[in-house]
Design a protein around this ligand. Structure first.
Ligand code: I3P
Length: 392
């Protein structure tokens, strides 16, 4: 018998394709497992990194952005093409509890087409040599308890995928936050390449102007393009990446709302406010997060993998639900690269081009301190999805 399919959520570029209203039969189909949720490229990039060396060249302009729209796609491989369904960012999920459990998998970001449904409790992520090597090395590492389960590679529809555990499977109506770690979000080799072969991109220019029309220089305005490292550095300086060593990329809450508008969330107080809202007034969730982050930090101190890798573009995925279950996972190793033999990183000293430092540990310490102050300040009113549950 075929294994049941786990549906996937897709966040697609706003304006791409023609949305239509969801109808009752759509939800019924969803509940029967006839849909899959698939994540496309997003401004949050939480899980979708493709091959390190090629992204800059491969991505087209219209593949680079999401404003948090969720798309559901029919899973049935019947040959007949069913329409893509688009669901605006702010939605109230009209599912029963059982239906919602079946639709429990959500992916906050990644590049288009990166995910597919797998057997129950698992997902398929588009193959990346880099990421696969990381998972292989992590099998015997102190960080193993904090990374998604990896079950090898599989072929599907002529493509290779990494077979991984679905991190949301044990949650009911999960709240999910993606925090991208480190003081730098691009590889040194991307910097070198842009210097040797500058390739201004219009999509990145447009994303920059959308947030700050004064962001581009006069030359960038006239060519209507910015290079990738220039864009990434600007993103880092606008958000808390440079100042705190991590930034909030996106949040999906239990009521189905998605937010990706954190590009200007920069100060510690801004971050505290976002976390307060994320946990909906529950200080115990914050405490659980702090203790999990502290365990991760301890594990990093003994991890060989951590010492021997430059960790770029990796995120911490925060997940909690109304039962009080709260976990943090280290995800996205598409741009994590091994250092030459004999070299190690400290992860908490400043980056200078050539030293490959990523500021991961410094960011993690800042994140822990920030969350501790959320706990100290209290979080304000409780808003929990159990209320929604009672109504369903
Ligand atoms: C994207 C984000 C991603 C990055 C992507 C950027 O910007 O920095 O991390 O992908 O580059 O466009 P934003 O968050 O503002 O949308 P990688 O981490 O894989 O480099 P891309 O457009 O080349 O995919």
């Amino acid at each position: 018998m075929d294994a049941p399919q786990v549906p996937h959520v897709t966040i697609t570029p706003e304006g791409g394709g023609s949305p239509r209203e969801m109808r009752q039969e759509d939800w019924d189909d969803a509940a029967e497992g006839n849909l899959r949720r698939k994540l496309s490229n997003s401004s949050m990039s939480s899980t979708g990194s493709s091959a390190v060396e090629s992204e800059d060249d491969l991505l087209s302009d219209n593949e680079s952005k999401s404003e948090g729209i969720i798309t559901l796609e029919h899973l049935v491989d019947s040959g007949e093409s069913k329409p893509w369904w688009k669901l605006k960012a702010i939605v109230h999920w009209p599912f029963s509890v059982t239906q919602r459990r079946k639709l429990s998998w959500v992916q906050l970001a990644g590049h288009k087409g990166n995910f597919k449904a797998a057997d129950e409790g698992n997902i398929l992520k588009r193959f990346s040599e880099n990421e696969m090597q990381c998972f292989e090395k992590l099998r015997d590492d102190a960080l193993l308890p904090f990374v998604p389960g990896y079950h090898g590679t599989v072929e599907k529809d002529g493509e290779s995928f990494l077979h991984m555990t679905d991190l949301l499977v044990n949650f009911d109506l999960p709240n999910v936050m993606d925090c991208k770690m480190g003081v730098r979000t691009y590889l040194e080799e991307e910097l070198v390449r842009a210097r040797e072969r500058p390739k201004p991109r219009e999509d990145l220019y447009k994303k920059m102007v959308e947030v700050d029309s004064d962001g581009p220089t006069a030359q960038e305005h006239s060519q209507r393009g910015v290079t990738k490292p220039r864009y990434m550095q600007w993103r880092e300086s606008m958000s808390s990446t440079n100042t705190l060593g991590f930034r909030i990329e996106g949040i999906k809450k239990c009521d189905g709302t998605c937010r990706t508008d954190f590009k200007r969330t920069r100060s510690r107080q801004d971050v505290i406010q976002v976390f307060k809202d994320f946990v909906g007034g529950n200080v115990n969730i914050i405490k659980s997060y702090v203790s999990r982050l502290t365990e991760i930090k301890q594990a990093m101190k003994t991890s060989q993998f951590f010492r021997q890798h430059e960790i770029i573009g990796s995120s911490l995925l925060f997940i909690h639900d109304h039962t009080g279950n709260a976990q943090v996972w280290i995800i996205d190793f598409g741009k994590t690269t091994a250092l030459p033999p004999g070299h190690t990183l400290k992860h908490d000293i400043p980056w200078k081009e050539g030293n490959r430092e990523d500021g991961y540990l410094w960011g993690l310490e800042n994140l822990i301190r920030t969350l501790e102050s959320v706990g100290d300040q209290g979080t304000g009113g409780e808003t929990f999805c159990s209320v929604t549950r009672a109504n369903s």
